[in-house]
Ligand binder design. Structure first.
Ligand code: PLP
Length: 577
């Protein structure tokens, strides 16, 4: 017997049908390929299979469902008839010829606007997220019909059913446990879902300019100091140096120019090799190329996702001058062994801390451990001025050189005298004004973002097929964009399909960076080098919305959307598909 989908009848149904049936939708391919389940509304052609399904459940003696009737041919026909009348709804999760689960919403035929929900899952399909997927499907159906509450009845001895329903937010309603001996009534704690096109859009990042930023910008404008000197610039450099445990901090125009400036300061020349992780944003490698140097790409650590001392040491050649350590996505690299390797081999270390301002490694703030640190204040960063950057360093001999390089190479003591070729990489006083507003709220910004990361971890750590970066006790991360890894086989869909599904639910994401060694400017002739951790991160990582005004409710919405996307595919392994 073949099952056919019901025609779409409401916005929420359209979404569901699109998700599972629309011929041009990528999900269809996955659903068909792996024979994963789809929801179909019970109709007369399913009747005999349905009766067999119910009888099998009955014979199994498992009461993980409630239904007012016994499960013989007559009662199953009665159920089908109700479904056909279009009043009560009976849904099946089917895969191929099999019914895997059955869910009902009934009460409308008796005139209730609070329908009751019932559920049955075939015994050998339990524990695979199917009950949850069916409950969520029924919620959406109920919402599309205007219900604001769902009631369900569970046999009080049925502990596994109670657990499933409670996990979906249902609360026990003691007051209604009256003459229905042996049954509890549960009131739905759920908010009914809104049709997707009405959901508020959640961007991946959003600056928090809610402090003195505006006031300081107005002050800078009114003072007429809007160019590359002024009181805010001095204040920003002093405060950022202090916040970063560094002797010096210089404001520059962005994180890329910060890297370039530092590498010119390190005297990187054509032919020089600089070791970098392949898993980073392209600016890290581009800055080496701007100097004529050669980036040498290495793999990252599976726990920190950052470059390691061992990887650096293995890549050293007579041409190696130094390495750029990227504190990826806010996580500090393990710096002590890296600095040891550097000193053994006479290399310099630049910390690219664009994504990790204020993160600490064994109590030291990143950017203060290597020979220089670089930062970005782009709009999606933890501290932002729209565009902006900084370099940090400790060596007093370098201060003059960096200042000259930043300001066209002009001698600070002699106007229009240029002993070297420099760049215009200066930061404006207006950008510095915004940053002063950011820096004074850094603790609150860090705390809120840490709580966001914590909630993501709490919500996602047990979702099958989703992996999170492991914590360590020697560093304190700077919570930039939260990233999780999607294992297509276990989760049920891959990273890119998850991104499409979230996009449809008005949630913006970003894929993890494409490994640099595979990109056209850096790809070498011949087969790609195998950097297993980098390659895996590049294909499975997805960056989730992270910004201070993201609410707990937003995070739960994102996590529910993720869980639902996976649960909808039953989480079968690729091998079994
Ligand atoms: C690791 C890393 N390095 C450098 C940069 C470059 O910073 P910017 O965009 O400010 O030039 C970024 C920016 O996003 C980054 O993530």
């Amino acid at each position: 017997m073949r099952f056919h989908p019901e025609p779409a009848t409401s916005p929420s149904t359209i979404w569901h049908n699109a998700k599972y049936y629309h011929p041009s939708h990528p999900m269809l391919h996955i659903a068909n390929r792996s024979d994963r389940f789809r929801f179909v509304r019970l109709s007369v052609e399913h009747q005999s299979t349905f009766a067999r399904f119910l009888a099998a459940l009955d014979a199994n003696g498992d009461a993980e469902f409630f239904h007012p009737h016994g499960f013989d041919e007559d009662s199953s026909l009665e159920i089908v008839n109700r479904s056909l009348r279009g009043v009560d709804e009976y849904w099946l999760a089917v895969a191929g010829e099999d019914i895997l689960a059955y869910g009902m919403l009934r009460g409308w035929d008796e005139g209730y606007d609070v329908p009751s929900l019932g559920l049955a899952v075939a015994p050998d399909h339990r524990g695979r997220g199917l009950a949850r997927a069916m409950i969520l499907h029924l919620h959406d159906r109920a919402a599309s019909r205007g219900a604001i509450r769902i009631r369900l009845k569970v046999d009080r001895r049925n502990l596994s059913a109670l657990r499933i329903y409670e996990a979906q937010g249902y609360r026990l309603d003691d007051h209604s446990a009256t003459e229905l001996i042996g049954f509890f009534e549960l009131a739905a704690g759920h908010h009914m879902s809104t049709p997707d096109h009405e959901l508020p859009f959640i961007p991946v990042a959003s600056p928090d300019l809610s402090g003195n930023e505006e006031r300081y910008v107005v002050e800078a404008v009114r003072s007429s100091w809007i160019s590359s000197s002024g009181a805010f610039l001095d204040r920003f450099e002093a405060e950022f140096a202090a916040a970063s445990d560094s002797r010096y901090a210089l404001g520059v125009s962005n994180g890329t120019t910060a890297l370039h400036l530092v590498l010119v300061g390190m005297n990187v020349q054509p032919g020089d090799e600089v070791i970098v992780p392949s898993m980073t944003y392209i600016a890290t490698a581009n800055a080496i190329r701007y100097c004529g140097g050669t980036p040498v790409f290495v793999d990252v650590d599976p726990n920190t996702w950052c470059i390691t001392a061992a990887a650096i040491e293995a890549a050293i050649t007579p041409r190696t001058r130094g390495a750029i350590v990227v504190h990826l996505l806010g996580q500090p690299a393990d710096m002590d062994p890296i600095m040891k390797v550097a000193s053994t081999h006479g290399l310099w270390i630049v910390e690219d801390a664009a994504e990790a301002p204020l993160a600490t490694y064994k109590g030291r703030t990143v950017g203060s451990i290597g020979h220089a640190g670089t930062f970005s204040f782009y709009g999606n960063k933890l501290l932002t001025s729209g565009e902006g950057g900084a370099i940090t360093f400790q060596d007093p001999h370098m201060e003059r050189r960096y200042r000259m390089l930043r300001g066209q190479g002009m001698d600070p003591d002699r106007r229009y005298y240029f002993p070297i070729i420099g760049f215009n990489y200066r930061m404006t006083n207006v950008a510095a004004a915004i940053l002063c507003g950011q820096i004074e709220r850094r603790t609150a910004i860090l705390e809120r973002r840490r709580r966001i990361w914590g909630r993501y971890v709490k919500n996602l750590s047990r979702v099958p097929g989703i992996t999170l970066r492991t914590e360590n006790d020697w560093s304190k991360t700077s919570p930039w964009l939260f990233v999780c890894l999607v294992d297509e086989c276990t989760f049920g869909v891959g990273r890119d399909q998850l991104a499409i599904s979230l996009h449809e639910q008005r949630i913006e994401t970003r894929p993890m960076f494409v490994p640099l060694h595979s990109l056209p400017p850096y790809r070498q002739a011949g087969p790609l080098p195998h950097l297993p951790v980098t390659d895996a991160l590049g294909t499975s990582g997805i960056m989730l919305p992270t910004y201070t005004t993201l609410t707990d409710h937003d995070i739960d919405r994102i996590c529910n959307a993720i869980t639902r996307t996976g649960a909808g595919q039953l989480g079968r392994s690729c091998g079994a598909a």
